[in-house]
Write a protein that binds this ligand. Structure first.
Ligand code: GDP
Ligand code: MG
Length: 200
């Protein structure tokens, strides 16, 4: 049975690797103060409500980082759109909505994939007025989480769970999804077989 694939996208330094590590329960992705540092394993299996799923930190393929959207970030979004059943769009509530966030939102909205908008670094409990501007991204209700104190993450998992394909759907004869990515001078291929993800 194919596992649902959940991809995390977002600008450098919003906390994607921290969020990923919290959910998979191990320090797999490297967390750094410097943007764009993820260079490590970027996929792992997890389970919610008895359902296994594969989580991908798509930023693992970033080659360089800038605060503005760049080719790498577009690729990251393209990968998410190609392989994921559900996309988690992570933003930083302390920084607010940035131009890059707006550009990513546009790409994600066009994809028609289920998107869950998450405002990370919501470290204080209670009413959070900073969250309201995120409604302007037109991606539905934003979820406030803190990946460092682990608040709000269960609500995000409940939300992604709603979009998991029914158990009998999404099976593929050899279990392999091959995605060709165009957007660079060379076409890059990703072979994704649920156990292993490989970039060429
Ligand atoms: P990525 O580039 O999006 O993968 O971001 P990282 O996971 O590497 O995190 C970037 C920085 O943000 C690190 O210093 C993290 O400790 C910090 N960070 C991540 N999540 C949170 C959070 O929920 N609250 C706060 N205050 N800092 C966070
Ligand atoms: Mg990272």
């Amino acid at each position: 049975m194919a596992k649902p694939i959940v991809a995390i996208v977002g600008r450098p330094n919003v906390g994607k690797s921290t969020f990923f590590n919290y959910i998979v329960g191990e320090k797999i992705s490297i967390v750094e103060d410097k943007p764009g540092v993820t260079r490590d394993r970027i996929y792992a299996d997890s389970n919610w409500k008895g359902r296994d799923f594969t989580l991908i930190d798509t930023a693992g393929i970033e080659e360089k980082s800038e605060d503005k959207i760049n080719v790498s970030m577009r690729e990251q979004v393209d990968i998410a759109i190609s392989v994921a059943d559900v996309i988690i769009f992570l933003t930083d509530i302390k920084q607010g909505v940035t131009e890059a966030d707006k550009e990513i939102s546009l790409l994600l909205r066009k994809s028609k994939k289920p998107i869950v908008l998450v405002c990370n670094k919501s470290d204080t409990f209670g009413e959070n007025p900073d969250i309201y501007e995120f409604y302007n991204l037109s991606l539905g209700e934003p979820f406030a989480v803190s990946s460092v104190n682990a608040s709000g993450i269960g609500d995000v998992l409940d939300e992604i769970y709603k979009y998991f394909p029914k158990e009998q759907e999404n099976t593929n004869s050899d279990g392999i999804i091959k995605v060709a990515l165009i957007g660079k001078p060379n076409v890059r291929e990703i072979f994704f077989n649920k156990q292993n993800i490989r970039y060429k």
